[in-house]
Design a protein around this ligand. Structure first.
Ligand code: SF4
Ligand code: SF4
Ligand code: FES
Length: 228
């Protein structure tokens, strides 16, 4: 007889084999519960690194779904497949030599012109980004829009797997953000001002005091720091 308060079990299929795992576990923990060990395909375990891209199907559902394994909980009857790596087209470029006046995004990634606007990339994105829209913005040379729309990309690679035009959207988005930071967005002057103050000796006294502190005193000071 089932014990009171016992967590109900659900069935998941990993590499085609059925396992019973406690409901409420993330896909990642369910795989570990079933005895698998992540040597690749896991990083931050917190939804930031994009290393745990997973595709799955639910029982009697034709749709192929996608998720980050560390952020999604198991459903009964899930069929899971891990995608530990995306063989992506990643360009090497010199940021100093890129020319935004001549659509650097299109020049580095000419395949974006092949986009057929199928929207598969947007549908698959676990971050719910408007992936097709940032590809289209890149094609038009709208660096700022491409950078903003792709800002929360975790580089999981799922969009590239679904793209019939063989575009690696996340590398295009990454270049857009780099170009935006270097050439388009206004310069952050507060850092320059802070460095100038340091160079002018404004904080010299405070720095001299810090230099003679013991490690424990520095740690204590750090703990008591004022944070925003
Ligand atoms: S844009 Fe692509 S790589 Fe980035 S999070 Fe979405 S699916 Fe993953
Ligand atoms: S999946 Fe590829 S072809 Fe389809 S909209 Fe996205 S970038 Fe364009
Ligand atoms: S392990 Fe980093 S996003 Fe899942």
């Amino acid at each position: 007889m089932a014990e009171k308060n016992q967590i109900p079990l659900v069935s998941v299929f990993i590499m085609g084999k059925e396992y019973k795992v406690p409901s409420g576990l993330t896909l990642m923990k369910a795989m570990e519960y079933a005895g698998y060990r992540y040597t690749r395909g896991a990083g931050c375990r917190a939804g930031f690194c994009g290393a745990c891209a997973t595709i799955y199907r639910l029982k009697d559902d034709y749709k192929l779904k996608s998720a980050l394994a560390c952020q999604t909980t198991v459903d009964d009857g899930m069929y899971l497949v891990q995608l530990p790596f995306t063989p992506a087209n990643k360009k090497k470029y010199d940021m100093e030599k890129l020319n935004i006046a001549h659509n650097a995004l299109l020049k580095e990634y000419p395949e974006i012109a092949r986009c057929i606007s199928c929207n598969s990339c947007t549908k698959v994105c676990p971050q719910e980004l408007k992936v097709m829209d940032y590809v289209q913005a890149s094609l038009r040379g709208d660096i700022e829009k491409a950078a903003i729309l792709s800002f929360d990309c975790v580089q999981c690679g799922l969009c590239a797997f679904r793209c019939p035009a063989e575009i690696t959207q996340y590398h295009v988005g990454q270049l857009a953000r780099r170009l935006n930071g270097k050439f388009v967005a206004p310069k952050a002057i507060h850092t320059e001002e802070a460095v100038a103050k340091l160079n002018n000796g404004v904080s010299k006294k405070e720095i001299s005091k810090l230099k003679i502190l013991k490690l424990a005193e520095i740690k204590d000071l750090y703990k008591k720091r004022v944070t925003e």
